[in-house]
Structure formats: structure tokens, C-alpha cells
Design a protein around this ligand. Structure first.
Ligand SMILES: [Zn+2]
Ligand SMILES: [Zn+2]
Length: 335
């Protein structure tokens, strides 16, 4: 398996995949119902592999690794410590696997790595001059902390107010449908808050911290300013407006907390044994980190295509982006 089967390197050594960023055959006209159904159940598709990982982990966490729902009504120090430690462990294991294999062991060297450089160990924009240390401090110090605050806060509120909790057995179809839709909601929520975070005052105050990572690695995924974490994890609040099950909150937060690791992995494909590899689904967001003003969405909803900000990796997209930025700068000069 060599990367030249999937892409090429430019004169500066940057890896450019041949594939173009595209969307599933769902939001197309004329409609393609058979292709859409196939995509729902195929690998890779809507649910497999990535979405199913977060749903699976979320279900295990709620049913086997969480305090009882009633206990959340009066959270004590033990509950807070347990929840923070469990979330930290999830992040450490999940982010750690990507980091250890690709950046410590370097099992595939720089094959499929977009940017040929490794994370910076001597750059003054990062805490202690070290990108990984900076990213890890923000991930646990702010990211996991705010994730835990949302989890305990929402479940405490729900438990105290005796929400109408659904019964999984009796409402199995509703339970499965809600879990199935979490990915879609997260895509839409991420797009909306991300556009907001690129609004200048919020960008200067918060989002620029995440964008220090122009050459992201797995730990860059949750490396955000606390204000951005508040926006980011607020996705779980939606479920208070529907017939409720605590698992919805846990799965949504696990989805938000863990999915940034492969999303920022810095490699297009991850190699397995036997010359096989799989797509990390990180190209669109890598281009966002590289060029800033494109690919605000990071998923299956074609929001960037609808709003004219899609960069699919082609030279034409690059040209359109530079024209758009030139036009915007001209407008700025005239106002
Ligand atoms: Zn990012
Ligand atoms: Zn951004």
C-alpha cells in the first residue's frame, strides 16, 4: 500500500488526496432513494464505522459506567470526581490510540500525512512552546471539564425536575430513532456554532486558540478556548426538549468529546495490517485548518455547498476560495 495510489505530494511535500470531498446521495435532486438507503447501511456510510463507535461507547457508558439517574439529582464530590475521571479516561484512551500509533510509534511514518512536518516542539504560539502539551492541557483542563459540567448539569436538572423519562423497552423505536439522529443534529449544531465562532469578536476571543493548529494532530481536536467548549458541548441541551432518556445526553457528549480525535488526526488514511487502510474522514476539516475560510461544516450535511464555502480539495475550489477572499478584502478596504 503506497500513498501514491490515493494521492500525490506537491513541491512542498504536502500530501493531496485524489479524492474530492463530496456528500452522501441524500441531498440530491432528482432523489436517489435506493442509493440513499444503501448509504444508510453500508460501510462507510451514515452509521458505520464512526457513528456506531460513539453510539456504542455512549450506550456502554450510560448503562454500565454511570451513577444512577437519581444520584445525578444531588451531585456530590464523589459523583463529580467519578464522572470527570471516567470522561478523562475515555479521552486518554481514544485520543491516545491515534496519537501513540501515528505520532509516537509512527507506524506509517508520514504516509498519508497531509503536512509533512510533525507537531511543533518549539513554537511560541503554544504553551511551553510545544503543540502537543498545549493541546493536552486545553483538552483536559477545559474540554473534559466542560463536558463533565454539561453532563452533570443537564442530568441534575432533568432528575430534579422529574422529567418524563421514556422506557427503552416500551419506546424502543423512539429510543433508536433519537440515537440514530444524534449524528445529524451534531452536524447541524457544529456548523451553526462554528459559523458563529468565525464572527470576528468571537474568533479573536476564543476560536483563534483552536486555529493555532494549522498542522493538526489528534490532540488538536479538543484544544479549544473554554468559551468555545461552552458553545461546542451545548449540543446536548437539545434533548431536554424531547421525551427524555439520559442515554441521549451521554451519547451526544461522547460523540462530541471523542469524534475530534480522528477528525484532526492529520492523516488522510490510517494503515492497518496486510496493506489495508481506512479513511479517517479528516480531509475536509484539515482544509479548514489550513485555509480557515472554507468547510465550516464537518459531516454529511451539504451546508458548505449550499452556502458556497465548500473546498473539495481541487484546484478549482482553491481558485474560488482565493477569489472569494479577494472580494471580501476589497469590500473591507472600501468600508
Ligand atoms: Zn478543528
Ligand atoms: Zn474554524
Amino acid at each position: 500500500m503506497i500513498e501514491s495510489k490515493f494521492g500525490h505530494r506537491d513541491s512542498k511535500g504536502n500530501y493531496k488526496p485524489n479524492k474530492r470531498i463530496s456528500y452522501p446521495p441524500v441531498f440530491v435532486w432528482p432523489v436517489k432513494p435506493l442509493a440513499a438507503i444503501k448509504w444508510l447501511v453500508s460501510i462507510p456510510g451514515y452509521f458505520f464505522p464512526w457513528n456506531s463507535i460513539y453510539v456504542g461507547i455512549g450506550l456502554v457508558v450510560w448503562f454500565f459506567l454511570s451513577p444512577s439517574f437519581e444520584d445525578y439529582a444531588t451531585p456530590d464530590f464523589k459523583l463529580v470526581l467519578f464522572t470527570f475521571s471516567r470522561n478523562s479516561l475515555l479521552v486518554l484512551l481514544y485520543f491516545g490510540i491515534f496519537h501513540y500509533r501515528l505520532y509516537v510509534q509512527r507506524v506509517q511514518n508520514a504516509d498519508f500525512k497531509f503536512n509533512p512536518r510533525w507537531p511543533s516542539k518549539n513554537a511560541k504560539q503554544f504553551m511551553f512552546g510545544n503543540q502537543n502539551i498545549d493541546n493536552i492541557i486545553l483538552t483536559f483542563g477545559s474540554g473534559v471539564t466542560i463536558w463533565t459540567i454539561f453532563e452533570i448539569g443537564i442530568l441534575c436538572f432533568a432528575a430534579k425536575n422529574s422529567f418524563n423519562i421514556i422506557n427503552v423497552k416500551q419506546d424502543l423505536f423512539y429510543f433508536i430513532a433519537m440515537i440514530f439522529l444524534i449524528h445529524l443534529w451534531r452536524d447541524l449544531h457544529f456548523y451553526l456554532i462554528h459559523r458563529l465562532l468565525h464572527f470576528k469578536p468571537l474568533y479573536s476571543l476564543a476560536h483563534r486558540i483552536h486555529h493555532k493548529n494549522t498542522n493538526p494532530g489528534p490532540w488538536s481536536g479538543l484544544a479549544m478556548h473554554p468559551i468555545e467548549h461552552l458553545f461546542y458541548f451545548s449540543c446536548a441541551l437539545l434533548y431536554l426538549f424531547f421525551p427524555f432518556h439520559p442515554a441521549f445526553i451521554i451519547i451526544t457528549l461522547v460523540h462530541a468529546g471523542l469524534s475530534p480525535a480522528p477528525g484532526h488526526v492529520g492523516f488522510e488514511r490510517i494503515k492497518l495490517a496486510d496493506e489495508k487502510s481506512f479513511d479517517a474522514d479528516s480531509y475536509a476539516h484539515y482544509l479548514h485548518h489550513k485555509y480557515f475560510e472554507c468547510n465550516y461544516a464537518d459531516g454529511i450535511l451539504p451546508l458548505d455547498r449550499w452556502f458556497g464555502t465548500l473546498h473539495d480539495g481541487s484546484d478549482e475550489s482553491q481558485y474560488r476560495l482565493s477569489e472569494r477572499l479577494k472580494k471580501r478584502n476589497r469590500r473591507k478596504i472600501h468600508t
